[in-house]
Write a protein that binds this ligand. Structure first.
Ligand SMILES: NC(=O)c1ccc[n+]([C@@H]2O[C@H](COP(=O)([O-])OP(=O)(O)OC[C@H]3O[C@@H](n4cnc5c(N)ncnc54)[C@H](OP(=O)(O)O)[C@@H]3O)[C@@H](O)[C@H]2O)c1
Length: 250
């Protein structure tokens, strides 16, 4: 490892969780590059976090972004936080929705991790953190595409961990229950529209889905990522850190 500022790349870095992760890694002393599709959202990121447009479901775009970002310094930390979530009962889940969930939630993490891992292994140092979900551990109604894609993401995290075991590289997942973020705000709006409940009622239903009984704060997810990305977590590999207040059996 060199002595220069370590470099972290965060997919979905302009999102609710990704933004908190970028800020935490920046405070921890990393140079942080956030990846996203929307340039205006990336431009709103607080400095010194840098934004780079990249559709992380696009193989060529991911390869180009990683080559450019890692051209002058190696990537020490990759956080896979890009994600999408829609809900529907299985019989109304379209193939398009299924494919989109897999592309954004699982394939993007595969493409990015595959792109950064060889250099991490060569340097014998690296941290890969996957923002999965409690949906990576359990099935709930109306979430087939999301839940299956998050199970796939956790499977990828565990497989990478098995491949890097015993090296200076680690691969772990963070699995929060509902987090206070734009993704959850969209879910609350959809539930309110479909059920006629008020937004507060709809939010309470999501919060009560986990033993925690409230939404997880983005900073609580970021703190877990910060730990897993740190030197202190060198012996932690292949784990899924569930943030739901207790209850998920792993
Ligand atoms: N919110 C929750 O309750 C919750 C709970 C557990 C796990 N998670 C997971 O945590 C992660 C972050 O969620 P969040 O709550 O922060 O959601 P969010 O605020 O909606 O952020 C998601 C981010 O993903 C980016 N993204 C989506 N598709 C992309 C693509 N093809 N290429 C590049 N970036 C893309 C979006 O940026 P652009 O639109 O600019 O591309 C957006 O910034 C997701 O994987 C989610 O499944 C969320």
């Amino acid at each position: 490892m060199g002595t220069s500022t370590p470099l972290a790349v965060v997919s979905g870095g302009a999102g609710g969780i990704g933004g908190a992760v970028c800020a935490a890694l920046s405070r921890d002393g990393h140079r942080v590059v956030a990846l996203g599709r929307d340039p205006s959202r990336l431009a709103r990121l607080a400095r010194p976090v840098e934004g780079r447009v990249c559709d992380v479901t696009d193989e060529a775009a991911v390869a180009a972004a990683v080559a450019e970002i890692a051209a002058h310094e190696p990537i020490s930390v990759l956080v896979n936080s890009a994600g999408t979530a829609e809900s529907a009962p299985l019989h109304r889940t379209t193939l398009e929705a299924w494919n989109t969930h897999f592309a954004v939630n699982a394939t993007s993490a595969f493409l990015l991790t595959r792109a950064v891992l060889p250099a991490m292994r060569e340097r014998d140092h690296g941290r890969v953190v996957f923002i999965a979900s409690t949906a990576a551990h359990a099935g709930t109604p109306y979430t087939a595409a999301y839940t299956a894609s998050k199970h796939a993401m956790l499977g990828l995290a565990r497989t990478v961990a098995a491949e890097v075991a015993g090296t200076g590289v680690t691969s772990n997942a963070v699995c929060p229950a509902f987090v206070r973020s734009p993704m959850t705000e969209r879910s609350v709006r959809r539930i309110a529209e479909r059920t006629g409940r008020g937004p507060e009622d709809a939010e309470r239903a999501l919060a009560e889905a986990a033993p925690l009984g409230r939404l997880v704060a983005p900073d609580e997810v970021a703190a877990a990522v910060s730990y897993l990305a740190s030197g202190a977590a060198a012996c932690v590999n292949g784990q899924s850190l569930v943030l739901d207040g207790g209850g998920i059996q792993q």
